[in-house]
Design a protein around this ligand. Structure first.
Ligand code: HEM
Length: 144
């Protein structure tokens, strides 16, 4: 990822300001619309707490795109934990779709083609590292 794209991701995330929870509400709302199986993965989850954890993790990811040595172990471990939550590789595509819908709704005209391309790359990298973590090491094997 080049420096310009990292900047676009970070700036657009920071532009959301105090409305990150609203983005998380839109994200999970959209996800549950397009993926009823994902809804059942979160059946027992406290969604207020979950939104907070998701927003915090996204913040760490966008702030550390420059620091792969810090980012990769944390994101890889996140992917490994997701195996235990019942998440499979194919689920990452619908999460991407839901996240982009939420970002687009929040950023409006600020979600330019360049910003979208930058997020595409950041999300693809994150999902790839999570999946690699899911398929490596100690957790039970992924089923997809
Ligand atoms: C960029 C991709 C993703 C990020 C940043 C992310 C982030 C998180 C975070 C921070 C947690 C809290 C628990 C922990 O830290 O281990 C979590 C839990 C969870 N995530 Fe994700 N996630 C992503 C992708 C996915 C996908 C693709 C699915 C599948 C639909 C998913 C489903 C879940 C479930 C079921 C939980 C556990 C909820 C519970 O504790 O009851 N996540 N996620």
């Amino acid at each position: 990822m080049n420096a310009e794209r990292k900047r676009l991701v970070l700036e657009s995330w920071d532009a959301i300001g105090r409305n990150h929870d609203r983005v998380a509400v839109a994200f999970y709302g959209r996800l549950f619309e397009i993926d009823s199986a994902a809804r059942s993965l979160f059946a027992e989850t406290n969604m207020v707490a979950q939104r907070g954890k998701f927003v915090q993790m996204m913040g760490e990811i966008v702030r550390n795109l420059d620091l792969p040595r810090e980012l990769i172990p944390a994101v890889s471990a996140l992917g490994r934990r997701h195996v235990e939550y019942g998440v499979r590789d194919a689920d990452y595509d619908r999460v991407r779709e839901a996240l982009f819908a939420a970002l687009s709704a929040e950023l409006g005209d600020g979600f330019t083609d360049d910003v979208r391309d930058a997020w595409e790359e950041a999300y693809a990298l994150t999902a790839a590292v999570m999946k690699r973590g899911a398929h490596s090491g100690t957790a039970s094997p992924a089923t997809s």
